[in-house]
Design a protein around this ligand. Sequence first.
Ligand code: XMP
Length: 511
Amino acid sequence: MANNAHERVVVLDFGGQYAQLIARRVRDLGVYCEIKSYKTDPEELRDCKGILFTGGPNSVYAQDAPLCSKEVFELGIPVLGICYGAQVMAHLLGGTVSSSEVPEFGKTMTQFKNDSPLFQNVGESVCWMSHNDYISQLPEGFTASAWSAHCPAAAMENRERKLYATQFHPEVEHTQQGQQMFHNFLYNICGCAGDWEMKSFAQETIAAIRERVGDKKVLCGLSGGVDSSVAAMLVHKAIGKNLTCIFVDHGLLRKDEGDMVEQVFKKEFDMNIIRVNAADRFFSKLSGVTDPERKRKIIGEEFVRVFEAESEKLGKMDFLCQGTIYPDVVESGTGQAAVIKSHHNVGGLPEDIGFEGLVEPLRDLFKDEVRRVGLELGIPSQLVWRQPFPGPGLAVRIMGEVTPEKVKLLQEADAIFREEVANAGLERSVNQYFAVLTANRSVGVMGDGRTYGVTVALRAVTTTDFMTADWAHLPYDLLGRTSNRIINEVEGVNRVVYDITSKPPATIEFE
Ligand code: XMP
């Protein structure tokens, strides 16, 4: 769709954990960037302005080490190899990669050759190293352009062929001048113009949807989350009332959230929204169920049933709109990770329910870009900056059986915590924070009487990718105020604890 109109840079993924970070850095600099497998046919790369190689866990000499085709270097397109990607370049072009006696890991003071196009306006500074192997002999035609105490070729280049490589990771924050290096690569070496911006993305996408859909009808599952909201809004701007959104309220949302979603989209934006209040159905299916995975499965299946039943009433719909975003696309393409929890993304509906096609206007965007588009479209910042919320909702934050009473209790406790975090001005710096209703009961004393109440746990984490997370070091007075208020305002709670476990070993949610 929209991206065809833009200049393009490609990240070839050699299995590094930072492929998405590299792509985001490039996009932040105004250049559209895609992630492709290292096996990509070089012919498919001919139209791009630049190519970046990621790092990776392998050694170029290992059996089955991922290596790209040598033809990539013959395209005349600038290449920047990073870490393992640098070693791939050296190895394939006739240099030597050896195993170091002293592996370099962490922040490393690095010096640069001043006249290197990659290091314009970059001075001696800290770079992030993480490698066992190193380039011991440069390929013919290359010179070293940076060095550190243990790495004689922390970077190498062949200016004539526009081939560049860094042993360090310019994409991570610890590399102090990494963004300047990407800027140099994109603008000085690749000659990019920088035509990627969210304002034009929104306009182009709306026009493309209008052209594709014409006067046909689109159905969308709206959850109130950022992705489905922004996707629905783009389609709404394109085709107005020919979009119908179904908002399944499973009764497991946070306090007042269902009303807020309805208010914003129905009243303020005049969208065609059907809110299905299906809490009773969900509660009766969940009655007596305590196993976390079963809870998740039941909610996922019930969601699809409710959605299907509702959409049948609407008659024929031609397209289904979904809020798929780029990390979903990349992860489902390469992901080998073990299943720790089955993530039923509410809104993630089976594709075979009889549509002519899918409309996925955010397929090319990262989350921060989705937010920028949302703001561009006038969606309130409260919704745009909404923290992630699991599809199965509060059911995975209530340990054990889910009942309407427990949901009500948790909603109150959670609302207090959120309010206090907001009052402390920490809404944006803590990436996810919520209350959990544990299955624990304990003895307490209130007034002169003994209590035997439930324990609420508070969870707050900082993270960039939600794959790993640190527990947030919230100020004690914030925790103290929240605890007091929950005990005083939420009946039945007599103990509040704070979770100080990172992920791993814990997960962010409790179930
Ligand atoms: P965990 O608990 O696995 O969570 O560390 C990682 C992130 O994913 C969110 N999460 C979900 N999101 N459907 C979703 O859309 C789900 O079933 C689900 N379960 C967990 C969780 O809130 C955190 O941000």
